[in-house]
Ligand binder design. Structure first.
Ligand code: ADP
Ligand code: MG
Length: 646
């Protein structure tokens, strides 16, 4: 059975978009058996390269059949063709077609990479092949650091990497000086002697004469053939039924290879990459900072709310807008307000700094007179003892509860102040409790410095000349009723007083409103950050599209050496993701830096790990999303078009 059997093969170009159709191959029929050394000779433009691209499955014929080892190649899908290029063929081109950014060794490794050979074996085999071809000293050289003859030997080593049963050489000596050319020819002869099928294309009759069989082509048709010269020692072919089932790259080696080459490409274009990344960096950094500010402000508002109670309202007497005397909040008003269904707790308050004395310690201390509901209103537990009761309040009991700091002022050295007598003004009060510490974080630590006495006792024993409460503190029945409670109190007092000689300070509602503004601010800033990420993503897509165009030749080379479409897709997608990964990392770092600077400026800020993770994930998703189109474009390139593009 012939290895290669062409039957009336035709290939024409054009015929579409008004371009005239030209038939480049006009019915080529040809049989080549395994182990032959064939030269196809013809003038420039006679269709030799076109024929070689068809033979090497880089291109498909317009009509006619191509049987490879008895199988019609037209039935092979893209992956199976890639398998054939990888396992059966080895290409050697006039222009060497090495990847400029990779070393000699890495160039030779490429076919094995796509065949799924583990890295160490790959490297060892590539080094051995290059050493055999006299390039043992040049393994890590880039193509640009090698002479033409050396580059061509690298490309021969690459053709042999996966076995190279069939070597397709298109004008391999065309660009070489005569000495290097003779070396390359000697190599090809040696390979033919070792059982490789060698198909050599040349316009030079002297070169062609070195082959066992010479086929002459003119204007796309065979005009002479010296006849088949089968060799006894042909290399066995890879099992064709394995076509397309070849080992795929292991995840790790795919990742490793993609990351390595992507990093190199990024580094070579580092200025452009850095500019592209700016969008991603700014996007990620601002997402992180905005969320941190949002969280920080919200936390601050929440602490404020917790310390004052999320449902607290204040009621003051005031001068009515139309003028006249100040209003008076009577105790009857207080009772009526406390009875409203929207209101839960309420206390009248009188408070002033007074002289307070214990033993020989005397201080001006704020003496706060309220009813027994104060701990409930402020969600404020006791540290020791108890708060006074409603009946104690009614009975004008002379009892006092100390704030945390007030206790330290008077009873620094006493383990237990309960039962002691404190002199407030001129009246003795018995200590019955100590409040828990409010602390600095609460934003209300001034309460810690006060002492608390029953309202009625305060009126009767301390504030004799103050007849009415100075103000009242209320709590709404629930957080949802804060506004309603304010309205209800207002209506009630308007009805009772007949004029607006009071003021309801809805502190909780204000804080809530502030929290809402903060929320919408955060949302807006977050949106801006997201837009910045989007713009960054578009930048990445733009650069990736450019990269694909710039590296079309590289894509062609990779396909000719056996890359599947999926491998190319993986590579370019990997590059896009790596770019955004780097951008994301720099963005996170920048976000943290800016955040730290803001913290120094006393901006409340809380970094959240999940926000960072989310921003990072967004960046990578952007890479995947916007890298997909360019990667798909690259993978969809026609091998022969990609390869021959100038
Ligand atoms: P050779 O390798 O023998 O010099 P080629 O096979 O490269 O010749 O080209 C043969 C003819 O086909 C030339 O006339 C060339 O202009 C034409 N040709 C090759 N590729 C294309 C193409 N992609 N589109 C149109 N014409 C082409
Ligand atoms: Mg040519």
């Amino acid at each position: 059975m012939p290895l290669i059997e062409l039957d009336n093969l035709r290939r024409s170009y054009g015929g579409r978009d008004g371009a005239p159709e030209t038939e480049v191959l006009r019915g080529v029929s040809l049989r080549i058996v395994a182990g032959e050394f064939v030269a196809i000779v013809g003038a420039s433009g006679s269709g030799k390269s076109t024929l070689m691209h068809l033979l090497g499955c880089l291109d498909r014929p317009s009509s006619g059949t191509y049987r490879f080892a008895g199988r019609d190649v037209a039935e092979f899908d893209a992956d199976q063709l890639a398998w054939l290029r990888r396992e059966a063929f080895g290409f050697v081109f006039q222009g060497y077609h090495l990847i400029a950014t990779e070393s000699a060794r890495e160039n030779v490794e490429i076919p094995a990479l796509y065949a799924g050979l583990p890295a160490e074996q790959r490297q060892a085999r590539a080094a051995a092949l290059l050493t055999r071809l006299g390039l043992g000293e040049r393994l890590e050289h880039r193509p640009s650091q090698l002479s033409g003859g050396q580059q061509q030997r690298v490309s021969i080593a690459r053709a042999l990497m996966n076995g190279g049963r069939i070597i397709l050489a298109d004008e391999p000596t065309g660009a070489l000086d005569s000495h290097s050319g003779q070396e390359v020819m000697a190599l090809l002869r040696e390979l033919a002697g070792a059982g490789h099928t060698v198909i050599l294309i040349t316009h030079d009759r002297d070169v062609a004469a070195q082959a066992q069989r010479v086929i002459e082509i003119r204007d796309g048709a065979i005009v002479a053939d010296s006849g088949a010269q089968p060799s006894a020692s042909a290399l066995p072919l890879p099992a064709l039924d394995q076509a397309g089932h070849g080992r795929a790259l292991s995840w790790w080696s795919a990742f490793d290879e993609v990351a390595r080459s992507a990093w190199r490409v990024m580094w070579l274009n580092r200025f452009r990459t850095a500019l592209t990344l700016l969008g991603i960096v700014i996007g990620v950094a601002s997402v992180i900072v905005m969320l941190a500010i949002g969280l920080g402000t919200k936390q601050k508002v929440l602490t404020q709310m917790a310390s004052m109670g999320a449902t607290t309202l204040y009621l003051y007497s005031a001068q009515p807008p139309e003028g006249g005397p100040w209003g008076v909040l009577s105790e009857a008003d207080m009772l009526a307000v406390a009875a409203l269904p929207e209101v839960d707790l309420a206390t009248p308050v009188i408070g002033n700094p007074l002289n307070v004395q214990y033993g020989n310690v005397a201080r001006d201390i704020y003496v706060y007179a309220s009813n027994e509901q104060l701990p409930g209103i402020h969600h404020w537990p006791l540290a020791a003892g108890r708060f006074f009761t409603a009946s104690e309040n009614r009975a004008l009991a002379p009892v006092v509860v100390l704030g945390h700091k007030a206790r330290q002022v008077f009873f620094r050295d006493e383990p237990q102040p309960l039962g002691r007598q404190l002199l407030i003004g001129d009246a003795p009060f018995e200590v019955i409790g100590v409040m828990a510490e409010k602390g600095k974080e609460s934003g209300a630590d001034y309460y810690d410095e006060m002492v608390f006495i029953p309202y009625q006792a305060g009126r009767a024993r301390v504030y004799q000349d103050i007849l009415e409460p100075e103000y009242a503190t209320l709590t709404a029945a629930s957080t949802g009723q804060v506004k309603a409670a304010g309205e209800a109190v207002r209506e009630l007092l308007l009805a009772r007083h007949g004029r607006e000689d009071f003021d309801v300070d809805n502190a909780a509602a204000k804080v809530l409103a502030e929290a809402e503004t903060q929320d919408s601010m955060t949302r807006m800033l977050g949106l801006i950050a997201a837009v910045s990420l989007l713009v960054g993503g578009i930048g990445v897509m733009n650069v990736m599209l450019m990269t694909v165009r710039e590296r079309t030749r590289e894509i062609g080379i990779r396909m000719a050496t056996g890359a599947r479409q999926r491998d190319i897709l993986q590579q370019f997608l990997g590059e896009a993701v790596l770019v955004t990964l780097v951008g994301g990392s720099v963005g996170v770092a920048l976000g943290l830096l800016v955040g730290a600077a803001l913290l120094l400026w006393q901006v409340p800020l809380i970094f959240s790990f999940s926000a960072m993770l989310a921003a990072f994930a967004c960046a990578v998703a952007t890479g995947l999303l916007f890298g997909y189109l360019p990667a798909k474009t690259a993978a969809g390139l026609d091998p022969v078009v990609a390869l021959t593009l100038e």
